[in-house]
Ligand binder design. Sequence first.
Ligand code: HEM
Length: 404
Amino acid sequence: VTEHLIHPQVERQCPFDPPDAYRERAKTSPISHVSVWDGSLAWLITRHEDVRTILRDPRFSSNADLPGMPYPSQAAAASADGENKAFIKTDDPEHARQRRMLTGEFRVGRVEAFRSEVKDIVATVINRMISDRHEADLVEDFALAIPSLVICVLLGVPYDDHDVFQRLSAEVMGKHADHKHRTVDDVRAAHQQLGEYLHALAERKSHEPGDDVLSRLIARHEVQGDITRDDVVSMARLLLIAGHETTANMIGLSVLALLRHPQQLKQLIEHPDRANAAVEELLRYLTVIQRGEERVATADVDFRGHKIKAGDGVICLLSTANRDPQVFEMPESLDLERDARRHVAFGYGVHQCLGQSLARLELEIALVELFRRVPTLELAVPFEELTFSSQSMVYGLHRLPVRW
Ligand code: HEM
């Protein structure tokens, strides 16, 4: 009997690199079997070219209702099924129908118009952080605050509800508790509370509409009637969850990576006009979606000499794909000067991140403004003492104590 590698793997020699076992697989057997929480086998795909080939092939489904979806834990499986299902977990044509209702909101031009608002948010957060003190937890006081305020503006969530919001989304994402110890009931309860909150907010928006995504979606439900109230709520929840922890963890890890690579940081400070390229490289190098993307084969597929059967689970690892030496020269080094645009940190194919222009804008402004306003920023604890969320869906720092 062959011993199968258990997915997910979490041990990392260097906190910026993918887990050791995945790096090993990427070198020695780029397409292989792993076993997941319920003991079933799934395919692990590690190379850039292969990951892209699978993610653009409609025979590999995102449908959470199909048996065989290779979730990393029972809790993760519980958060994707039934009434919680959003379009990220459906296939075309239903996926495309719902996604189209939001694409206008995330067009590059529309997001650019948001620039001054994001700048104001970042300035407010920095002012609050540096007023009358010289130390902070950069995760809590900076990284989490930014995407959370941006999403509140996007959805029209009142500022007073912001704490409730942050807590519920953290519970849904499993940031504070590790996946293994979370029960299915915990996850369902968190989803339900968030759903109830969003239903109440949608109700309010139908009486008092504002200039926000939720108001437009609920008006669409009422006027055109091509979307149900439940789908409006699940879209809002998807935007919140997808855009919050991901962006926050990217901000926190990016700050740490830059502090650990002073030459690179110097470059960013001296050339803020090249910040967009720097952000692409940080997205590649850090790849916060650490579990990879799960799919299920809906047909038998001959793939590079392997027979993937209908019903087989497939895990496309974005982190190793972004370190593929066939695509990126010296992939293990952080090099803000490189052209990293072919990275797959936002996924690939029809589900490729809808919020990517907004995420890029937030990262760019957050990093440039932080180091412009607080140029003496440094770690307040030894690097070795930092701990990382290696058990949750999105990789990141628990805390980042800094001083200036
Ligand atoms: C650095 C931050 C972010 C990263 C690394 C990230 C990453 C990803 C990835 C890898 C996917 C593909 C999932 C799949 O194929 O199953 C995705 C999808 C998605 N993301 Fe992001 N994301 C980020 C920020 C955001 C933001 C700010 C928003 C919106 C406010 C957002 C909204 C979405 C949505 C709605 C989807 C589903 C798209 C679909 O299924 O068609 N993301 N994201």
